[in-house]
Design a protein around this ligand. Structure first.
Ligand SMILES: [Zn+2]
Length: 114
């Protein structure tokens, strides 16, 4: 298995459902037809992304001075910085699962394949 696509950005709702199959968070702000429509939208997005979707963000990643030094070197080499794969307040990227453009966190996922 190898990563065939990475830096797939998912919103918080889709992240929780993709990782835990937990739809309960949607009920805090949706009900009735709107809740059903959102669930359908997210399930369609997950179907499109496929069964080999894996989280590539790291909630336990700790920034420290070693990481900062490594990132200084990576910037000089034109390499992407190491991050935790979580953008706490993204205002640009639509969720690649449900398509929402609402401001908020985006979490990195990857798709594995042969
Ligand atoms: Zn989403």
């Amino acid at each position: 298995m190898r990563v065939i696509r990475d830096e797939i950005k998912l919103c918080t709702d889709c992240m929780i459902i993709a990782v835990n199959a937990d739809y309960s968070g949607l009920q805090y702000y949706l009900d009735g037809d709107k809740l059903d429509a959102k669930i359908d939208q997210i399930n369609a997005g997950l179907d499109k992304l496929g069964p080999n979707l894996v989280m590539s963000f790291d909630p336990d990643f700790q920034y420290d001075f070693i990481i900062e030094l490594a990132n200084d070197a990576r910037r000089e080499l034109g390499l992407p910085e190491r991050t935790n794969g979580i953008d706490e307040f993204d205002t640009w990227n639509a969720c690649e699962c449900c398509g929402t453009r609402l401001h908020g966190a985006r979490y990195d996922f990857a798709i594995l394949g042969e």
